[in-house]
Design a binder for this molecule. Structure first.
Ligand SMILES: CC(C)(COP(=O)(O)OP(=O)(O)OC[C@H]1O[C@@H](n2cnc3c(N)ncnc32)[C@H](O)[C@@H]1OP(=O)(O)O)[C@@H](O)C(=O)NCCC(=O)NCCS
Length: 179
C-alpha cells in the first residue's frame, strides 16, 4: 500500500534527494541539476511504496505574489511528478490532495505553473487570467508573456475575498524557472 508522508526539505536525507531527482528526471524527461537549489526550501509530499520507494512527489515553497491590489503569501507548488509506470492510478491526485490541505492551513493562495491545466482543474485550481510579470531585485517589473495562461491558482480560507484573477500578477525573480 502506497503511503503519503510530508517532509520539510531540511529533513530529507541525501538518498531521498537523489531518489526525488531520479523521479523528476523520469517523469519530466528533463535534466534536474540545480532545480532544488533554485526553488529553495519548502515542504515535500512523498508517496512511498514499500518496494518501489518514492513513486510520486510534489513540493510547496513560499513565494510572494504581487497584484495591483495586494501582496499575497502564496504556497507555490513545484515538481509534481509520478513515476512513469505508476501514472494514471490516482497517485498524482493523492499527492495534490495533501498539497491542497497544506495550502489551506498555511497560505493565502496556492499557485503553480503548468501545461497540464486539466489535471489541476479537477482539483479546484483555476487559470490566472491576467498578464504575468517578474519582479527583479531592484523592483523593476518585466513581462513574462510565455507564462500567460500557464499559471494556476487555488483559493484557500485566507484568500482575500473577491481576488480579481484578471489583474496583472508578478513574482520575485529566481534562478532557473522564474514562474
Ligand atoms: C501529471 C501527473 C502528475 C498526473 O499524475 P497521475 O498520478 O498520472 O494522475 P491521476 O491518476 O491522479 O489522474 C487523474 C486524472 O487526471 C487527469 N490527468 C492525468 N494526467 C494528466 C495530464 N498529464 N494532463 C492532463 N490531465 C491529466 C486525467 O483526467 C486522470 O483521470 P483518468 O486517468 O481517469 O483519465 C503525472 O502524469 C506526471 O507526473 N506527469 C509527468 C510530469 C508532469 O507533467 N507533471 C505535472 C505538470 S506541472
Amino acid at each position: 500500500m502506497t503511503s503519503i508522508r510530508r517532509v520539510p526539505s531540511a529533513a530529507l536525507s541525501a538518498a531521498e534527494w537523489s531518489a526525488l531527482s531520479d523521479l523528476c528526471v523520469a517523469a519530466f524527461d528533463e535534466p534536474w541539476d540545480g532545480y532544488w537549489e533554485s526553488i529553495g526550501p519548502g515542504v515535500h509530499v512523498l508517496a512511498e511504496h514499500p518496494e518501489h520507494g518514492i513513486v510520486a512527489h510534489a513540493a510547496i515553497v513560499e513565494r510572494l505574489l504581487y497584484t495591483a491590489e495586494s501582496v499575497l503569501h502564496a504556497g507555490y507548488v513545484e515538481a509534481v511528478a509520478v513515476a512513469p509506470d505508476e501514472q494514471r492510478r490516482g497517485l498524482g491526485t493523492r499527492v495534490m490532495a495533501a498539497i491542497n490541505e497544506l495550502l489551506d492551513q498555511r497560505y493565502e493562495l496556492g499557485a503553480l505553473g503548468t501545461g497540464s491545466q486539466s489535471f489541476y482543474a479537477r482539483l479546484g485550481w483555476v487559470v490566472w487570467q491576467g498578464p504575468t510579470w517578474v519582479r527583479q531585485s531592484d523592483g523593476r517589473l518585466e513581462r513574462t508573456p510565455d507564462e500567460d495562461g500557464g499559471i494556476m491558482v487555488r483559493a484557500t480560507p485566507a484568500t482575500p475575498a473577491g481576488l480579481d484573477l484578471t489583474l496583472p500578477i508578478a513574482v520575485d525573480w529566481r534562478p532557473g524557472e522564474v514562474w
